[in-house]
Design a protein around this ligand. Structure first.
Ligand SMILES: C[S@@+](CC[C@H](N)C(=O)[O-])C[C@H]1O[C@@H](n2cnc3c(N)ncnc32)[C@H](O)[C@@H]1O
Length: 173
């Protein structure tokens, strides 16, 4: 997904640096090469996200990012852990975009229809659990730490199955 975004943005962002964080080493070498062809520098970061969140910013590979994007990631966490993670994100960027499962009846119904696509039991289980762990309403906005500090936030559905959270420093709604 990051590569598809980079491909679309490469003309206007010709030499971006991209950090991809996951605790699993998931990125094939060919993906790094594809980013390089676009002029983007890829820096895989294979760590637990809370190690990243708790490290002093000067010990990070980059201290700050212009934009942080979370895709199907935040729903792995809840409560105080999620609040801590969002606080670390707000300290390290100027814009944050999260696309997560939406906890809704259509999304739950959709996940239960997956057997029609002959998915594995694991995928079916993962889809149902992910929807249940997803978000709705203003759940992420209420955990976002920095509304008083010039942040503008938006939170809404994105299609039937996704939940979108956007935060930008000083941006107009
Ligand atoms: C549903 S996958 C989404 C992966 C990727 N963001 C994407 O869009 O394809 C969730 C990912 O979260 C990662 N993950 C879960 N807990 C994590 C943690 N504490 N620190 C870092 N990564 C974590 C898993 O390794 C997994 O790759």
């Amino acid at each position: 997904m990051a590569l598809r975004i980079a491909t679309r943005l490469a003309k206007s962002w010709p030499s971006a640096e991209l950090t991809l964080l996951d605790r699993q080493a998931l990125i094939p070498a060919a993906t790094g090469t594809a980013f390089a062809h676009l002029g983007w520098t890829l820096r895989p970061l294979t760590v637990d996200v809370f190690e990243w969140a708790r490290a002093p910013t000067q010990r990070q590979p980059a201290c700050r990012w212009d934009v942080i994007l979370a895709n199907l990631f935040l729903h792995h966490f809840e409560g105080e852990a999620l609040r801590e993670l969002l606080s670390a994100v707000a300290q390290r960027c100027d814009a944050f975009i999260a696309c997560e499962p939406r906890r809704s009846l259509p999304a739950l119904a959709g996940s239960r229809l997956l057997p029609a696509l002959a998915v594995s039991r694991d995928t079916l289980h993962d889809a149902i659990v992910s929807v249940r762990a997803g978000f709705r309403g203003d759940e992420l906005s209420r955990l976002w730490p920095a509304r008083a500090d010039g942040w503008k936030v938006q939170e809404r559905s994105a299609g039937l199955f996704s939940h979108l959270f956007l935060a930008a420093r000083g941006a107009a709604r």
